[in-house]
Design a protein around this ligand. Structure first.
Ligand code: MOS
Length: 740
């Protein structure tokens, strides 16, 4: 059954709440008796605490408690999220001993009556250290690299065919190294938690998180509680980009402080603390070797990546993964290694792996096209993977060819002249570049409950999250479609761990995984009402089977005689029912039998480069994407545009610098960490080739969250090369680089 609900550009159902300030975010919940917490952070990156004196802090006005390794409860080492068994990337928790693993490590927490008192007293905690020389530079310590545990099931080493043998026979080679810096997510809403213990030893936490069930499980693990002793609430998230798809120590510390003080405790990270406490995208050093025949056919591809490892947790940026699936090359080797540094643990950041991996691979493909004198799109079509090149299985759907064609047409690619520096506009050098976008969405477990009420409205619930992405709206559409109700008579509720289980809204899994569960629940509730009517002599539908019944506008009707109809409300009222409830759930479906799921796209960029100033301006950005079926073209387009904006930041602006000697973030603020602002972002065009994917799930939707950023950095670097003849293999591409 389909209705206008699916595929309609519905406005955000929570939009009014947000623009009127009525949407309540984690730090805004009014909890009586609230105390405020402030962190004390390590000023060294490696060594030990030799003395920690809290006397002055404890004596300061308003102070309720000062917690450090001297008096904190012992907490266990957590199970790592990267294995899918745990909830945390940071598995080694702070305030456990005197050992310092990274700058900014939490060494004390001050709780006071007001935030100002807590901050003041935090400044009075005296800490002395025995400092050691920290390891801070990925490239300097690469020799000590080690193989990580598999990340989300991806082993660190992969090979098919014999790339070393095949390389020997190739006619054209590209062998280059590409590097990406540390990037921080910097969502507008900083991380924040309010923790309160209620009667019966129940912990209630308001936290900003991509998964209330994940946070609940992690808190239970950290604090030795049963799941049903913890409730996590998060109706709204002010941006996340992966920074909130793990449990971080600040939430646990808020709960510890609340227990010790017997007060609800609020802990909000400052912008500076966001640079040390809640993950980042690992820097990478990526060696790519492409070997091809003169006609552009790839003979061998090798993609090795070094990323950062930490003593406090497990995660690895899986950059080479994209090289396993993107092109039909028979001989491929990928390798992922970590270099242990004295830094906090890295984590998932929008399109983890693919965002940085596609920069290297798609830059190298552009270099190969240049070496062959071949059009970059033609080179990609020459190596088009008709089936999954890893397993030989068919794709659940793949409309990448259509993405290239529509993108090239809309962009005007045929007017591009191949020679670098051949296109100009006055004094500006003009460059056109393109790259392929690719991201494998995750099919995670999810569950939902649907309630049809006697007032003719429906409420559907699932403990998922809306990161600002449109989950509220899209799930309303899915439920409305399955129920045969107009969307304005459906309310979708999320963000409470008392609701049915949903996996973290990460890995582009939200619509793909929660959507089918919502649909199943709604269909089951609808079926119950149909069953009531068809077994009810007073109903015009009496005696018919369910297959004969349709639903529209909240009314059941006979498909062959549509005037015979009655409403949900009438049926429930006649049966004396307030409501009818049903559940739906889906399990892990990451790899549906016999098919591989991947979203694709083509990114096109025009840059203008000032030859004297080295200034790069993105003049046009255009992406065409295959995400399967588009449930809501408005929110999906918004996702794609957001991803492209983030790609512009990745290519030209974003970089966190660590002091090479001391290992501290040099400028932990939004003045030092540059993000694209309006003047950096052109009018972006984003389109979808709306294909029905019959295999991915019952909705045909592959997931839209991450695909938009992938390929953008390479497309910009390729455009800069086309404009200037300068190949920049180190992000971000700055004026200094172009002028040097
Ligand atoms: Mo994501 S980076 O899996 O939220």
């Amino acid at each position: 059954m389909t209705s206008a609900a699916i595929g309609a550009p519905l406005d955000r159902v929570e939009g009014r709440l947000k623009v009127t300030g009525a949407a309540t975010y984690a730090a805004e919940f009014a909890v009586p008796g609230l105390a405020h917490a402030a962190l004390v952070q390590s000023t060294i990156a490696r060594g030990r605490i030799t003395r920690l004196d809290t006397t002055d802090a404890e004596a300061a006005p308003g102070v309720v408690d000062v917690i450090s390794h001297l008096n904190a409860p012992r907490l266990p080492r957590l199970k790592p999220a990267a294995t899918l068994e745990g909830s945390a990337f940071q598995t080694v928790l702070p305030l456990q001993d005197e050992v310092i693993h990274h700058a900014g490590q939490h060494v004390a927490l001050v709780v006071a009556e007001t935030l100002e008192q807590a901050r003041h007293a935090a400044g009075l905690v005296k800490v002395e250290y025995a400092a050691e020389q920290p390891r801070t530079q990925l490239e300097a310590h690469r020799a000590a690299a080690y193989a990580p545990q598999p990340v989300f099931g991806m082993p660190p080493d992969y090979v098919r065919g014999d790339p070393w043998q095949a390389q020997a026979g190739a006619e054209v080679r590209v062998e280059q190294t590409y590097t990406t810096p540390i990037e921080h997510h910097n969502p507008m809403e900083p991380h924040a938690a309010i923790a309160a213990w209620e009667a019966g030893d129940k912990l209630v936490v308001y936290d900003t998180t991509q998964g209330v069930h994940m946070t609940r499980a992690g808190l239970a693990e950290a604090l030795g509680l049963r799941l049903n002793q913890v409730r996590v609430i998060c109706p709204f998230v002010g941006g996340a980009f992966g920074a909130k798809d793990s449990l971080w120590p600040y939430t646990i510390l808020a709960a510890v402080a609340a227990r010790r003080t017997g007060r609800p405790v609020k802990l909000v990270l400052t912008r500076a603390e966001m640079f040390t406490s809640v993950g980042y995208r690992s820097p990478t050093v990526q060696d790519v070797k492409l070997a091809a025949r003169r006609d552009g056919t790839l003979c061998a591809t090798v993609h090795h990546c070094a990323a950062v490892g930490s003593e406090v947790g497990e995660f690895a940026e899986t950059a080479p993964e994209v090289t396993q699936v993107l092109y039909a090359c028979p001989n491929v080797e990928t390798r992922l290694r970590l270099t242990g540094l004295d830094v906090g643990v890295s984590s998932t950041m929008r399109a983890p792996g693919e965002a940085s991996g596609s920069f290297a691979l798609e830059s190298a493909m552009d270099e190969l096209a240049d070496a062959l004198g071949m059009d970059p799109i033609e080179l990609r079509l020459r190596n088009y993977a008709e089936t999954d090149p890893d397993t030989g299985k068919p794709w659940s759907s793949k409309a990448l060819r259509a993405c290239y064609a529509e993108g090239a047409e809309r962009f005007g690619w045929s007017r591009r002249t191949a020679q670098p520096r051949s296109m100009r506009d006055g004094r500006w050098l003009v460059g056109w570049g393109m790259a392929t976008a690719s991201y494998p969405s995750v099919g995670a477990p999810g569950a939902a409950t649907a309630v049809i009420r006697a007032d003719g409205r429906a409420v559907v619930r699932s403990g998922t999250a809306d990161l600002g992405t449109g989950q509220y709206t899209v799930m309303t559409q899915v439920a409305a479609d399955a129920l045969g109700l107009p969307p304005e008579r459906v309310t979708f509720e999320l963000g409470d761990s008392e609701q049915p289980y949903a996996f973290v809204a990460g890995g582009s899994s939200g619509v793909r995984s929660v959507g089918p569960a919502v649909r199943l629940a709604a269909e089951a509730a609808r079926a119950k009402v149909i069953d009531l009517a068809t077994h009810d002599e007073l109903s015009p539908l009496a005696g018919y089977g369910p297959a004969a019944i349709g639903v529209e506008g909240g009314e059941l009707f006979l498909e062959h005689a549509p005037t015979q109809r009655e409403s949900y409300a009438a049926i429930l009222v006649r049966h004396g029912l307030d409501q009818v409830t049903a559940d739906g759930r889906v399990d892990w479906v990451s790899t549906p039998d016999d098919h591989r799921v991947n979203a694709f796209g083509a990114q096109f960029i025009e840059v203008r480069v000032d030859p004297e100033l080295g200034l790069v301006r993105v003049q046009r950005a255009l992406g065409v994407f295959d995400i399967g079926r588009v449930i809501n073209p408005k929110t999906a387009r918004s996702q794609a545009i957001g991803g492209i904006v983030m790609g512009i930041g990745m290519a030209l602006l974003e970089r966190t610098a660590l002091h090479p000697e001391f290992g501290k973030v040099v400028s932990p603020n939004l003045a030092g960490y540059l993000l694209p602002v309006h003047a950096d972002v052109p009018a972006i065009e984003a389109y979808f080739v709306d294909v029905d994917d019959p295999y991915v799930n019952s909705l045909g939707a592959k997931g839209a969250g991450e695909i938009g950023i992938t390929g953008v950095a390479a497309a910009i670097a390729n455009a800069v090369y086309h404009a200037t003849g300068r190949r920049v293999r180190r992000l971000p591409i700055t004026p200094e680089t172009l002028l040097s």
